[in-house]
Write a protein that binds this ligand. Structure first.
Ligand SMILES: [Zn+2]
Length: 377
């Protein structure tokens, strides 16, 4: 436990020391803190760089992969000369260059049920930089049982999301957001779906920021809130997320009692959650609406988008307002949700599922698919 900063550290962290909410005591707090990054890929790279630069005293890195040329478009910890070599060696070299005061601890293994608790046990905060559902669920369960905050991040093409899961401090866990692991192959992986290189830089940096806030105990920890960034629309949204009393992990009657019970089915992905949801095509929707459809169709786009073009039967509830409108929605009828292309509606379906609506479907392809179909008529 350090109680002072060296002259070199005082100089290095001088811009932190100027901030009253940080100051020397905050910097010492960072120096005595430890963070485990699960994954040193797209999200882990920016998170690790900023956490090291900020002076977090102990940084643990878990990764068993080697650097591939296709990683370099977004995994900014790694460079050309490290292709074919272990990511952790590359990461350690880079982070030591950034800040030699930080102790870098390497765990060159796959994060697995048989090592998760032991690896994570000695760190204060866990940062999820994983790119597949089994690891993400395992990370969530590990954090839950160790009663440590989990700083979550996920990316998909132009959209990213972040949040902090810490049921011991209040709020939901990741399983409240996504109760079941998607079936293998049901969700496109980063390899299949792609991701614009800058996006993980933004989300990973938010993860680093939330981590610093947790350590410094400043600001508001976004417990029960998911921050969703849409790069194409240049918007940040904050979605409310309640703890699910039926959650198998943190609910009132838990069914999961240890990390070894974590499902091990594999569905590699970097995508947003909720993609195990049921969906309906616009063709099916058209047929349904031509009948005496008793369900509710919701448009979660913004007012201006709805005004420009809409499906007449749809009720407009912009995504950000959805959490406030839940009481007005029918629980005994089917609810279909659409947006422009299917991304926002997928999140809306997730919000509805979390709040106990069971008969909810996403309109795949959204308004884009609907209009395209119309133009082909
Ligand atoms: Zn939960």
């Amino acid at each position: 436990m350090s109680e002072t900063l060296s002259p070199d550290e005082l100089l290095r962290y001088s811009r932190h020391l100027l901030i009253p909410a940080v100051g020397e005591s905050g910097q010492i707090r960072l120096k005595n803190a430890s963070v485990l990054l699960i994954g040193t890929g797209a999200l882990g790279s920016p998170a690790a760089l900023y956490l090291a630069a900020s002076g977090v005293g102990r940084l643990g890195l878990v990764d068993a992969d080697v650097v591939d040329a296709s990683n370099l478009q977004r995994q900014i910890l790694h460079g050309e000369s490290w292709i074919g070599k272990p990511k952790l060696d590359s990461a350690a070299a880079r982070l030591r260059e950034v800040n030699p005061h930080v102790r870098i601890e390497l765990h060159p293994v796959r994060f697995a049920p048989d090592n998760a608790l032991e690896i994570a046990g000695s760190y204060d905060v866990l940062v999820d930089g994983s790119d597949n559902f089994p690891t993400r669920f395992l990370t969530n369960d590990t954090a839950f049982f160790l009663r440590k905050p989990l700083v979550y991040g996920a990316i998909h093409r132009f959209e990213g999301q972040s949040g902090v899961f810490a049921p011991h401090l209040g709020g939901p866990c990741y399983r409240c957001l996504l109760p079941r692991m998607p079936a293998p192959g049901s969700v496109p992986s980063c390899q299949e779906a792609g991701v614009l290189g800058v996006l993980p830089g933004i989300i990973g940096s938010i993860q680093a920021m939330e981590t610093l806030k947790l350590i410094l105990e400043i600001g508001t920890v976004p417990l029960g809130r998911l921050t969703v960034y849409d790069a194409l629309q240049s918007t940040f949204r904050s979605l409310k997320l309640n703890r699910d009393p039926h959650c198998r992990l943190c609910g009132d009657h838990p069914e999961i009692h240890g990390v070894s019970n974590t499902e091990t089915t594999s569905a590699s992905t970097c995508a947003s959650p909720h993609e195990d949801m049921e969906s309906i095509t616009t063709t099916e929707l058209r047929k349904l609406l031509a009948t005496d459809y008793q369900g509710l169709l919701i448009d979660v786009r913004e007012e201006n988008e709805h005004a420009a073009a809409c499906i007449p039967q749809a009720r407009l509830i912009p995504l950000a307002r959805l959490p406030d409108c839940l009481d007005s929605l029918p629980r005994d009828r089917e609810i279909l949700v659409h947006c422009k292309a299917g991304g926002r509606s997928a999140r809306a379906v997730g919000v509805l599922l979390v709040h106990g609506f069971t008969r909810v479907k996403n309109v795949a392809g959204g308004m884009d698919a609907w209009l395209k179909e119309e133009s082909l008529k």
